[in-house]
Design a protein around this ligand. Structure first.
Ligand code: ATP
Ligand code: MG
Length: 416
C-alpha cells in the first residue's frame, strides 16, 4: 500500500513551527513513527525500545543528548520519560528554536502527565488515531483504520489476533500486573459484546469472576493506550436527573467486529450488533476529526430517566454544539429525528446547535438532506467531510452547509 497522507499532517507541522517540542501519542500501530519520520526526514533518530538504549538514556542522559544532532526524534518515549527534564534544560538554553524535539509514545495519559510536569508550555501534544474515512475510503466499519489491516484486508483476522497478543496485552502488562491473561482475553470479548452500552463494571466483573476494581484497572489501561472510547453523559444546562456512567466502545471498529466474530460484510449486515457497531464507528470518526485538528477530544451521550436518548453531543468547530443520532439503516425516516428535536426543545443553550441523523450511505438517496425542521440527514461520508472541514471553515470565517455530492456513489463505497 502506498503511503496515504495523514489528515493530522498540517497540525503536526504547525505545532513544529510553534513549539520547541512535539509529542505524538496514539494507539500502537496507528502510524506514529512513519508519519514523524516522513515529516522530519533529517531528524536524528533514537529508538527507545531495546533495553540497552533505554539503560544508556537513563544512566547518561546528558551524554546522549549532547551527542545528538538536532532536530531529533525519540521513538517510544514512554519507556524513558526520565529524559524529559533533561530535554527541558536543553530547550531552555535555546527557547526560540522550534520543532527541535520530536517524540512518539503509545500511552497517552501518563505521557500527558510527564509532559505537563516537565515540559509545560514547551511541547504540543497531539494524538494520531488509526485511519479515518476522511483519509481513505478503505477505512470501513469492518476493517477499522489500522494501516496494516487496510494494506492486507484478507489477513485481518490474523492481524487482529496478533495485535491483541503483541500490542494490547503487552501495553496492558507494562502498566499493570496481569496474572491471568486468559481471563483478560475473555474480558475483551465480553467488553465487545457491551459495545455502545452504558458501562456497568459489576456486569463485566461477575461473569469473569474478577473484582470490580480489577475491571476498573483493565478499563483504565485500555483507555490510556487508546483502545477504548468512553463517552460520558452530557450534563450542561439540563434540569433533569441524568445517568452518570459513560457509554463504552472498542476504539477501532475493525477490532470491535473481530472481537464479536464478525468477519465478512454479509455477517456484519445481519449482525444484531450492527446498530451499536455503526454508532461506535461514528464515535471513532468524531474523535479522529477532533484529534486530527489538534482539538481536545470531547464526546458525550445523552440519556435521561424519562428514556430520552441522543447518541452523541460534541462541540462544533464554531463554538456551538453538534447533536447526532446514528442509524445503521441506509434509509432515513422523519421519525428518526424525534429525539433530537425533543432534546433541542428542552435545552437552554444559546449556542448554535446543529442536529443530524447520521446513517449508512445509500445509492438512491442524496448524502445530505433536511429530515425534519432543524434536523438534517447526513450519510457518514458527508458527516465526516462536514466535521473535518469545520476547522478550515472557521479559519476562513463562517460555517458552510454540506454540499450534496453530484457524483454517483460507487458500490464499493457503500461498505461502511
Ligand atoms: N500513512 C501511511 N500509509 C500507509 N501505510 C502506513 C502509513 N503509516 C503507517 N503505515 C504502515 O503501518 C504500519 C505501522 O506504522 P508505524 O510503525 O509508523 O506505527 P506506530 O504507531 O509507530 O506503531 P508502534 O506503536 O508499534 O510504534 C507500518 O507497517 C507502516 O508501514
Ligand atoms: Mg512506532
Amino acid at each position: 500500500m502506498q503511503f496515504i497522507t495523514r489528515a493530522i499532517r498540517d497540525t503536526v507541522l504547525e505545532a513544529g513551527r510553534d513549539f520547541p517540542a512535539v509529542v505524538l501519542t496514539g494507539p500502537r500501530r496507528s502510524g506514529k513513527t512513519s508519519l514523524l519520520r516522513r515529516l522530519f526526514p533529517r531528524a536524528s533518530y533514537v529508538l527507545l525500545e531495546d533495553p540497552d538504549t533505554q539503560d544508556r538514556a537513563r544512566s547518561d542522559p546528558r551524554g546522549l543528548l549532547e551527542g545528538l544532532r538536532l532536530p531529533a526524534l525519540f521513538d517510544e518515549i514512554q519507556n524513558v520519560p526520565e529524559l524529559f527534564p533533561y530535554i527541558r534544560t536543553r530547550i531552555d538554553q535555546n527557547p526560540r528554536k522550534m520543532g527541535q524535539w520530536l517524540f512518539t509514545g503509545s500511552q497517552e495519559a501518563p505521557l500527558r502527565q510527564h509532559v505537563s510536569e516537565s515540559m509545560a508550555k514547551r511541547a504540543a501534544i497531539l494524538q494520531l488515531l488509526p485511519f479515518s474515512l476522511a483519509e481513505t475510503d478503505r477505512a470501513t466499519l469492518l476493517r477499522g483504520g489500522y494501516p496494516e489491516v487496510l494494506a492486507r484486508p484478507r489477513a485481518r483476522g490474523l492481524w487482529f489476533s496478533s495485535y491483541i497478543q503483541t500490542c494490547v496485552e503487552r501495553d496492558v502488562r507494562s502498566v499493570i500486573n496481569i496474572r491471568d491473561l486468559a481471563t483478560f482475553r475473555r474480558f475483551l470479548a465480553l467488553l465487545a459484546s457491551r459495545h455502545g452500552q452504558i458501562l456497568n463494571r459489576t456486569d463485566l466483573a461477575t461473569p469473569l469472576g474478577v473484582s470490580v476494581p480489577t475491571v476498573g484497572d483493565w478499563l483504565g489501561v485500555l483507555e490510556i493506550t487508546g483502545q477504548i472510547i468512553l463517552a460520558p453523559p452530557y450534563f450542561e444546562n439540563f434540569g433533569k436527573r441524568l445517568i452518570k456512567s459513560p457509554k463504552v466502545y472498542i476504539g477501532d471498529p475493525g477490532l470491535a467486529c473481530y472481537l464479536l466474530g464478525i468477519n465478512t460484510q454479509a455477517e456484519l449486515d445481519r449482525s444484531p450488533f450492527l446498530g451499536a457497531l455503526f454508532e461506535g464507528y461514528v464515535a471513532a470518526e468524531i474523535l479522529k476529526s477532533q484529534a486530527n485538528q489538534g482539538r481536545r477530544k470531547e464526546l458525550y451521550h445523552f440519556r435521561d430517566q424519562q428514556g430520552l436518548e441522543v447518541d452523541f453531543l460534541f462541540p462544533s468547530g464554531h463554538g456551538g454544539l453538534w447533536m447526532v443520532e446514528c442509524k445503521a439503516s441506509r434509509t432515513v425516516k422523519p421519525s428518526m429525528a424525534g429525539p433530537l428535536a425533543t432534546l433541542r426543545r428542552s435545552m437552554s443553550e444559546n449556542a448554535p446547535v446543529r442536529s443530524a441523523v447520521v446513517h449508512r450511505p445509500s445509492t438512491s438517496a442524496a448524502p445530505t438532506r433536511a429530515l425534519a425542521p432543524g434536523v438534517e440527514a447526513l450519510d457518514v461520508r458527508a458527516f465526516v467531510e462536514v466535521i473535518g472541514g469545520e476547522a478550515r471553515q472557521t479559519a476562513k470565517g463562517g460555517p458552510r452547509r454540506a454540499r450534496a455530492s453530484k457524483k454517483p456513489i460507487e458500490k464499493s463505497k457503500l461498505q461502511v
